[in-house]
Design a protein around this ligand. Structure first.
Ligand SMILES: CCCCCCCCCCCC/C=C/CC(=O)SCCNC(=O)CCNC(=O)[C@H](O)C(C)(C)COP(=O)(O)OP(=O)(O)OC[C@H]1O[C@@H](n2cnc3c(N)ncnc32)[C@H](O)[C@@H]1OP(=O)(O)O
Length: 292
């Protein structure tokens, strides 16, 4: 998505870009702040840390997706940056996935706009020229898991309360083919068959065993481990690494690009069904009631 289109989407969504601020931290480093995504240059040269900050659960609202894509584009266009660590500012939650309220009780035009934003976010992350390392410091179901799976490397906090996986079937949803492709590319066909049909959410030890994450480390070492892994990836010259990444990922991304409009139409038709709307409402209601 072009930056201009993203800005237009932000405006349509009622987000004022004027609220974005560039400040200088104690070490003189720039620190970009949006509402929902905070970008901090880190101590490792050429590396930024993106923190998701969309409380309470970092759900992927239209505004969040737009800010996230704009942040990534800015970092890609700024040649001082070669790598980004993605992590969360919300304690215990990396991301709760797609925002269910964006898919419930809205009109087809909204569903189309929302789904395009989800697609564009995935394409941006999956094909990024930057090295992306996910520092997964919390639970990451569905869309949250997709973001992590689309990075080049995943470090997960060793906390048995944190779960990770594509649980769409538990919500009465069919997993989109490109979510499925991303998982199959990571953990293989057989493991994906079981994980996707049963909507399994895995604790850290199982996620590691399946290859869904590359490392599980104590919670207070997630970000530092991600940064030290980054150093290893940045030892490879950018152009050869980027060409290699593209060679491996292009076919998967092209599959969506080729069918992007049909995928949007399928999403609208599917999500607009009364039965699907009902299951989403029940799911949201259950989330609310679990507190009482
Ligand atoms: C046959 C033809 C085929 C055609 C195919 C077409 C393709 C169609 C595809 C459709 C697929 C769409 C894909 C969807 C992928 C997704 O990402 S769906 C989202 C999945 N996410 C979840 O299931 C997570 C749900 N949330 C939780 O489990 C918990 O909230 C949590 C573990 C993340 C955190 O728990 P806790 O800390 O206890 O907080 P809560 O009290 O539960 O939540 C606080 C607050 O946030 C609200 N909330 C939580 N998650 C979401 C969310 N994803 N979206 C929106 N809102 C969310 C929750 O309701 C609470 O709100 P209130 O404070 O009560 O108002």
């Amino acid at each position: 998505m072009a930056l201009a289109a993203g800005r237009a989407m932000l405006m349509r969504s009622g987000v004022r870009l004027g609220t974005q601020a560039a400040a200088r931290g104690g070490n003189g480093a720039r620190r970009f702040m949006n509402h929902r995504v905070v970008v901090e240059p880190n101590t490792v040269p050429g590396v930024a840390v993106i923190k998701f900050k969309n409380p309470p659960v970092n759900s992927l609202t239209l505004e969040f997706l737009t800010e996230f894509v704009i942040c990534l584009e800015k970092l890609e266009n700024d040649k001082t940056f070669r790598g980004v660590v993605l992590t969360s500012d919300c304690p215990g939650i990396f991301s709760a996935g797609l925002d269910l309220r964006e898919m419930c009780g809205k009109n087809p035009a909204h569903y189309a706009e929302y789904w395009r934003a989800v697609q564009e976010m995935w394409l941006k992350v999956y094909l990024s020229n930057l090295v992306l390392v996910a520092a997964i410091n919390g639970t990451s179901p569905a869309g949250g898991c997709l973001i992590a799976l689309s990075c080049d490397y995943r470090v997960l906090a060793d906390n048995p309360r944190y779960r990770m996986g594509l649980n769409e079937t538990l919500l009465g949803l069919v997993v989109p083919f490109w979510f499925k492709d991303t998982l199959v590319n990571t953990i293989g066909h057989r493991a994906s068959e079981r994980a996707l049909q049963l909507g399994l959410l895995f604790p850290p030890a199982e996620a590691l065993q399946l290859g869904m994450v590359d490392q599980v480390v104590p919670e207070d070492q997630v970000q530092s481990t991600a940064l030290s892994v980054m150093t290893q990836w940045l030892a490879i010259p950018d152009h050869v690494r980027q060409l290699t990444k593209n060679m491996i990922r292009k076919a998967t991304a092209d599959h969506l690009i080729k069918h992007q409009e049909a995928d949007i139409q399928n999403f609208i038709n599917f999500i607009s069904r009364d039965s699907i709307q009902k299951s989403l409402q029940v799911y949201l209601e259950n989330l609310k009631q679990k507190k009482h």
